[in-house]
Every structure is written in C-alpha cells, then in structure tokens.
Design a protein around this ligand. Structure first.
Ligand code: ATP
Length: 343
C-alpha cells in the first residue's frame, strides 16, 4: 500500500503504427521499468526482468505482492501505468493482437461454464481461434490427450474436480500452440497427485521448447521445475536467480551428508587424510563432511576418491537451504538494509 500513489493511473502513450520489434531476436518476455498503480495501491513498482526463450521461470511472492497484476499486463488484459513489456518481441500495449497469438494464458480463476461439457468448451474456444473442420477436431483431440481429458470429453464442467478443471484450463491455453505460457497459480488448491500431474505436463511443455512463466507461493514446487525464480515483494523484484544458487546461498564451502553401508566406518579417518575435506559430525548411518569448494567438479572428485579408496558409499548428497528459507533470508536482508533491492 502506498498512500502517496496517485488516485488515477496516468494514461500510457501508445503508438499502434510503430513496428513490432524483430521477433526472432527478441526475448520471450522483456519487462522494463513496469509500474501499475491502482487508486491508493502501487501494485507493481519499477519492475524489470527478461525471460529467455525455452525457459521455465517461477514468479514467487506473498498474497498481494503483484504477481497477477504483472501477469495480466503481459497477457494484454491490463495496461501498465508506466514502463514497457514485450512478449516475443511485441509490445503488449501497442501490439496486443500479436502478443495474444504468442501466449497461452491461464488465469488464477477460470470462468465457470456449467452447462458445457469438456469437449464443447474446447470446441467453442477452438472455433473462436479460427480452427475449422478436421484441423479443429484433430487439435482438440491432441490437447485432450496431452492434458489427459479424453475420457472426460462428455463430462459437464460443473462436475469436474479442481485438478480436472485446471487441466481443462491448461488445455484451452494450449489450443493455438502458443510459444509462451503465462500460468497464474495453476497449482493452487490441487491435491498432491494433481500437483505432480501438473508438474509433469509443465516439464513436457518445457522439453518441447515452450517458455513457461508460472506463479505460485509454494516455493518447493517451483524449485523443482523452474530454470530460475523471480521473487516479488510489495510490487518490487527482490531477486532473480536459479533455484540451485538460492539453495546454495553465498556459501564458499559445501556440506555433504554421506551414508555408508555399515554406518560411520572410517569416514572421519578418511576425511582427516583427504585434501579439501573436513569431518563435521557423525549421523545415524554415516556422517557429515565439509568440502572447501562449491565447484561441482571438486565435489565430484571427492565422491570419486571416496569410492576409489574403498568407502562403501550408499548415499552422498549436498545439504542445501530450503527455498523458503532463502526467500525469508532475502526479505530479512532487504529489511535490514532499509530499502528494497530492485533487479
Ligand atoms: P495473490 O497471490 O493473492 O493472487 P498477487 O501477488 O497476485 O496476490 P495482485 O493481485 O497483483 O497480487 O495484487 C497486488 C496489489 O494490487 C494488491 O494490493 C491488490 O489488492 C491490488 N490490486 C490488484 N488489482 C486491483 C484493482 N483492480 N484495483 C485495485 N487494487 C488492485
């Protein structure tokens, strides 16, 4: 909330006749100094970020942080107060039709069409998108197969579970085979099985080369499927980085938990004689060691040596910060600094 924000958003200067930028060279998403004020609320403040083609990027923030507002602007459903956003090289304000052709949009709440079946719903949108005849039938069949809805073709939308409804909404967003998917809280309210299914679908879409911009406040979920995470807090971007770098933090050393067949064995003794390694403590079925590097090659060489020198290793895994802890830590740093960090 920003009391000093103007009550009315100033108009955005648009020039529909300006050429769209060269889309082949363009980032999938490029946002520059984007702001959106609502009366009394500065929902998005000077946000800048880029998303490369083929990336899956998680958009993370608490309730009211500004995720939906940013996504709605990218989906051409709202105008920024100031700043610019481009999707596949097209300006969202001056070239909304081109942007809509490139994107599949899944809102956090989809409209209820209680009187329609799954097939009728997809058919309605496929017609609206201009699909005709066999092409339409084939495209709907492909989308229903991908989202595992084929067996539910005649089910009324009213009678779908939350997970089925989310898959239908994703199917609708995929009908025109868009390059970029903008998914607002697609996993909200899903049970663990439906979340796993959704994650699986998003991974397949990423493998097919789609760019996926996905919001959630469940960080562990995003960490598993995203190339990078974008944190937003009170309308400002406070961090943009890979899940691995967040889990690692600023540490200069790596802590590894090692399990050995037969328990601790000679791990402490081995560590004492090994370069780069310090024995930290014993655990139930092995021990914790510290390696004086975060370089994957050095960590791999320690494991190789351990095995070559006869230690019966059954498990060797890095201890990392939880993403939630990383998020809280970043928020704490911002508060301590007394000012927001803007990317
Ligand atoms: P959630 O996780 O709860 O969906 P969010 O991160 O998506 O939250 P937004 O919906 O973007 O957050 O809202 C950001 C801020 O802007 C909130 O304070 C919200 O109340 C305000 N806001 C959003 N839309 C409007 C609107 N149309 N009019 C006035 N204020 C709005």
């Amino acid at each position: 909330m920003n009391d000093s924000a103007p009550l009315e958003a100033p108009a955005v200067v648009t020039n529909p006749s300006a050429p769209s930028t060269d889309r082949k060279e363009a980032h999938a998403i490029e946002v520059r100094h984007l702001s959106r004020w609502f009366p009394g609320v500065h929902a998005v403040r000077d946000v800048s970020f880029t998303v490369e083609r083929g990336q899956v990027i998680g958009f993370v923030g608490a309730n009211g942080a500004g995720k939906t507002t940013t996504m709605r602007i990218l989906a051409t459903l709202d105008h920024p107060t100031s700043g610019e956003a481009h999707v596949c090289g097209h300006n969202v304000v001056t070239h909304p039709a081109e942007v809509r052709r490139c994107i599949g949009w899944m809102p956090d709440h989809y409209g209820t069409y209680s009187h329609m079946t799954v097939l009728e719903y997809l058919d309605f949108f496929a017609r609206a998108l201009g699909y005709k005849g066999n092409e339409r039938i084939e495209r709907i069949a492909e989308v229903m197969e991908f989202t595992d809805l084929t067996g539910l073709a005649d089910r009324l939308i009213d009678a779908l579970s939350k997970g089925m409804g989310q898959r239908l909404c994703l199917g609708r967003a995929l009908l025109h085979d868009p390059e970029v998917l903008i998914l607002d809280e697609p996993a909200a309210g899903l049970d663990p099985k439906a979340r796993v299914e959704l994650k699986h679908l998003i991974r397949i879409l990423a493998q097919e080369g789609k760019t996926v911009f996905i919001s959630s406040h469940i960080l562990s979920e995003l960490g598993e499927m995203c190339d990078s995470l974008l944190f937003i807090n009170q309308g400002r971007i406070i961090h943009h980085g890979s899940a691995e770098s967040l889990r690692r933090g600023n540490a200069a050393t790596s802590v590894v938990e090692v399990q050995l067949a037969g328990g601790l064995g000679r791990l402490a003794e081995w560590a004492a004689l090994s370069p780069h390694v310090t024995f930290r403590e014993a655990t139930k079925s092995g021990g914790r060691i510290e390696i004086d590097s975060v370089e994957p090659e050095v960590i791999a060489s320690v494991l190789r040596r351990m095995v070559n020198e006869g230690l019966p290793v059954t498990d060797f895994h890095l201890q990392e910060r939880k993403l939630e802890d990383a998020f809280i830590e970043i928020l704490g740093e911002i508060e301590a600094a007394g000012m927001p960090i803007v990317s």
